[in-house]
Design a protein around this ligand. Structure first.
Ligand SMILES: Nc1ncnc2c1ncn2[C@@H]1O[C@H](COP(=O)(O)OP(=O)(O)OP(=O)(O)O)[C@@H](O)[C@H]1O
Ligand SMILES: Cc1ncc(COP(=O)(O)O)c(N)n1
Length: 266
């Protein structure tokens, strides 16, 4: 069985974070493991509190995992402080981790800030350069590229800038910001590839970023190349959104229990 690890925060409402990651990995038929960076008291309307784990405890979780079941792929999500980011970067280097998908989570859909300002610098210098691919949404890509993104041409320019500065592949998500759900994959030395998605008229998008990055990691764990992994992951998220689950009073979660045969290939 292929194995994947999520290093992220817990979402008590189960729509984003560790919970979304484990549901996604399981639905993609990969064995899921987790190292928790923080607990959040959260529901579909917002985050009311955050309790970070200590860097020592995060390191102990990672040592326990890597010395026993080596993950075929890793996904990182919410990591709020510089110390925790450094711990992850050190452990991924120590254990020669491969197939690393970094979702540079900065702000939740509900508006809550999930990373400190000073930690963004550490994310750029220590963790992003280790990634096989990073998956910023448009506001995150604006921070990383230091430019405004208004059009798909801007997306291409920003993805190229990030890739050239940080040395990792970039999947820039069009998502809910631009008109269509078109994502752009930029890899060094390759032509940019667009993944065109039909916009699904569903206001319940809590955890879309977590789900997409976990689906990419699951496919990389199975030995698929990056482009194929993104294609399958995009099909997975489209299916989960199209199921139109409607839970909670705010931006609700997606349905991971929908059934599509053929490992989300369409
Ligand atoms: N309404 C939609 N219809 C179809 N696909 C969507 C929709 N909204 C988002 N997506 C897709 O979901 C994936 C996640 O993108 P999104 O831009 O939502 O990430 P994000 O902002 O990081 O998510 P999060 O809500 O977790 O912060 C992308 O593949 C995006 O194209
Ligand atoms: C623990 C945790 N991790 C990540 C997100 C981002 O997801 P979203 O932007 O969909 O709220 C979140 N809300 N909570």
């Amino acid at each position: 069985m292929f194995t994947a690890l999520t290093i992220a925060g817990s979402d008590s409402s189960g729509g984003a974070g560790i919970q979304a990651d484990i549901k996604t990995m399981t639905a993609n038929r990969v064995y899921a493991m987790s190292a928790i960076t923080a607990l959040t008291a959260q529901n579909t309307t917002g985050v009311t509190d955050i309790m970070e784990v200590t860097p020592k405890f995060l390191a102990e979780q990672l040592d326990s995992i890597f010395t026993d079941i080596n993950p075929d792929a890793i996904k990182t999500g919410m990591v709020s402080s510089s110390e925790l980011i450094e711990t992850i970067a050190d452990k991924l280097t120590e254990y020669h981790a491969k197939n690393i998908v970094v979702d540079p989570v900065m702000v939740a859909t509900s508006g809550a800030r999930l990373i400190s300002e000073e930690a963004i610098g550490t994310l750029k210098s220590k963790l992003l350069p280790l990634a096989t691919v990073i998956t910023p949404n448009i506001p995150e890509a604006e921070v990383l590229s230091e430019m405004e993104i208004k059009t798909e041409a801007d997306m291409e320019k920003a993805a190229e800038t990030i890739c050239n500065t940080l040395g990792c592949a970039v999947l820039l998500k069009g998502g809910h910001q631009l008109n269509d759900a078109n994502d752009l994959l930029f890899q060094k030395g390759k032509e940019p590839v667009w993944f065109h998605g039909k916009r699904i008229d569903n206001p319940n998008t809590h955890g879309t970023g977590c789900t997409l990055s976990s689906a990419i990691a699951s496919n990389l764990a199975k030995g698929r190349d990056l482009e194929t992994s993104v294609k399958y992951a995009k099909n997975y998220i489209s299916g989960a959104l199209a199921d139109m689950l409607d839970l909670g009073k705010g931006s609700g979660p997606m349905n991971h229990a929908f059934a599509i045969e053929g490992e989300y290939e369409r």
